[in-house]
Design a protein around this ligand. Structure first.
Ligand code: GLN
Length: 547
């Protein structure tokens, strides 16, 4: 039966709770334990799938097709454990399940209340798969005291009481602000936050305090005394140059030891941190650098493309180079020539996206990369735009476009080289969709197999011809145009196993131009960089030697 670690936050948001959870997961693995990480989000959206990237950053997709919070991406990147649908839940999901049950009559006429019906639903969620791992790490989104968060806090309190003594611990993340004028580290916000937590029945076992520098003994003792934790369970989380140092940094601070002590696991197995030492060495000691442009729409908010930025960093680590990313707004090229803006880069990446805004600019970026022989990686919409560019400028289909934009504009303007997908095969059943389906959860989502053409660039990059990758899209390149595009030189080098859905395209006469319908970035890890990103950065590195 798994031991549970509940991770909560206080004082302010964005303290790095997700990262702390992920790093702790990695440290427990380093000591030989198996882990799973979960996220409980208090917002009322059923899932983040319909939220704008400006609101909530990237939507992370799991193999089993759930659209989840980007923290699940951190969890996977640090532990290598593939997240599942059952690792992410929101208040919206909890309430919609409770209400569905109520409509079905499952509660036999009872009055439905937050306690016990909502809290029971949350507890059932927490218990899923408890016998599969040694440790279950559950992070509660938001900060203690938020109105929406209360049912979750109540549920974890109850859950720890329901379990045998000593099976659950609470770890609370707070901020220790440094007041420059007086030169002091302030503990009061943390004291208040812990007080808030205790008022709802939760006493933290471990305090992780985000601070600019180390925590002096005096403040540590004060925190321990006023917050009722042991001094060695007050852990400093200092700012790091790279998030990938977090496991080593938390280990130095004694986090994993404090956790094992709290569970009374003695003697604690010794950690093997070789993986993280290698990761830190690669990230802190690069032997060169490359400059890559990400041409997209949500460029003001880096979190919108979190996994892509991380996957590029991993690609850099594979090649021992530092990857400098510049975010370029695609709309710029709709007003100005793309060349002067893109000339200084060693490679161009066009990421996924939704809606027409900015797409003509992405098409220009693909054209620049194709004609100037600059390495290009197109992901999802970035692949679709590369295909449209090929159709318009090489395959003599000047009106080529995507049905997505015609639907949006309410008129027919384009030859639909990219069309709305209405049916496909998942495993051994057929999935059907209509244009007027709900927006939430209706895309082609999750892991699908693809078959790569022998002798293609991608087969060489992957080192095999059968892959599976995660998808999240509604539109698809139409194989109707395959022959025409292939005779123009754009090879359809990866297809769904039934041969109907194009998964990968590549220009045969280009050093590195690949478009993929899926999201390879979601599976990249610092200790296991995704082959497409590793090879893309290698191509960028070759390019940087030329310029
Ligand atoms: N908007 C496109 C589609 O739905 C691309 C989606 C994406 O890039 N994730 O097919």
């Amino acid at each position: 039966m798994a031991r549970y670690i509940f991770i909560t936050g206080g004082v302010v948001s964005s303290l790095g709770k997700g990262l702390a959870s992920a790093a702790l997961g990695a440290l427990l693995q380093a000591r030989g334990f198996s882990v799973r990480l979960r996220k409980l989000d208090p917002y009322l959206n059923v899932d983040p799938g319909t939220m704008s990237p400006f609101e909530h950053g990237e939507v992370f997709v799991t193999d089993d097709g759930a659209e989840t919070d980007l923290d699940l991406g951190h969890y996977e990147r640090f532990t290598g454990v593939a997240a599942r649908k059952t690792d992410s839940i929101s208040s919206g999901r909890v309430y919609s399940t409770v209400l569905e049950k109520e409509r079905r009559g499952d509660y036999l006429g009872k009055t439905i209340q937050v306690i016990p019906h909502v809290t029971n639903e949350i507890k059932d969620f927490l218990a899923i798969g408890a016998d599969e791992v040694d440790f279950m790490l559950c992070e509660i989104g938001g900060t203690v005291g938020d109105i929406e968060g209360l049912p979750f806090f109540e549920a974890i309190r109850q859950f720890s009481q329901d379990r045998p003594r000593g099976q659950c611990i609470f770890m609370h993340l707070t901020l220790l602000p440094f007041i420059r004028a007086s030169g002091e580290l302030k503990t009061k916000p943390t004291q208040h936050s812990v007080k808030e937590l205790r008022s709802i029945g939760i006493a933290p076992d471990i305090l992780v305090c985000r601070s600019e520098g180390p925590i002096p003994a005096k403040e540590r003792e004060k925190l321990a005394l006023f917050c009722n934790v042991r001094p060695d369970s007050v852990i400093a989380a200092q700012d790091l140059r790279s998030i990938y140092e977090a496991p080593l940094a938390y280990h130095r601070e004694g986090l994993d030891q404090a956790v094992l002590d709290a569970f009374r696991i003695t003697p604690a197995p010794r950690p093997n941190l070789a993986r993280w030492e290698d990761v830190a060495d690669r990230i802190y000691n690069p032997e060169g650098e490359v400059k890559i442009a990400i041409v997209g729409k949500y460029t003001q908010l880096e979190d919108a493309y979190k996994s892509i930025a991380e996957a590029l960093t991993h690609g850099g680590m594979a090649n021992r180079v530092r990857v400098n990313i510049e975010w370029v707004d695609a709309e710029l090229f709709e007003r100005e020539d793309a060349a002067p803006h893109l000339e200084g880069f060693n490679a161009i990446l066009v990421p996924g996206g939704f809606g027409e805004r900015g797409t003509e600019g992405k098409i220009k970026a693909a054209e620049f990369a194709r004609t100037r022989k600059v390495p290009y990686l197109g992901i999802c919409l970035g692949m679709q735009m590369a295909v449209i560019e090929a159709a318009r400028n090489v395959a003599r289909l000047p009106d080529a476009g995507s049905e997505e934009f015609d639907h949006e504009a309410g008129k027919k303007r384009f030859t639909p080289v990219v069309y709305h997908l209405k049916e496909w095969v998942q495993g051994n059943h057929k999935v059907e969709r209509r244009l007027d389906d709900d927006k939430g959860g209706t895309m082609r989502l999750g892991a699908y197999d693809a078959t790569l053409a022998e002798g293609s660039k991608v087969a060489q990059v992957y080192g095999r011809t059968s892959i599976d990758e995660r998808h999240r899209h509604r539109y698809e390149v139409d194989i109707e145009y395959r022959a025409q595009l292939e005779s123009a030189g754009l090879r359809f080098s990866g297809m769904s196993p039934d041969g109907r859905l194009p998964e990968i395209v590549e220009w045969s006469n280009h050093p590195w131009f690949i478009g993929v319908q899926f999201h390879p970035e979601l599976k990249s890890k610092p200790f296991d960089p995704h082959p497409l990103f590793a090879d893309f950065v290698r191509a960028a590195k070759d390019m940087s030697r030329l310029v």
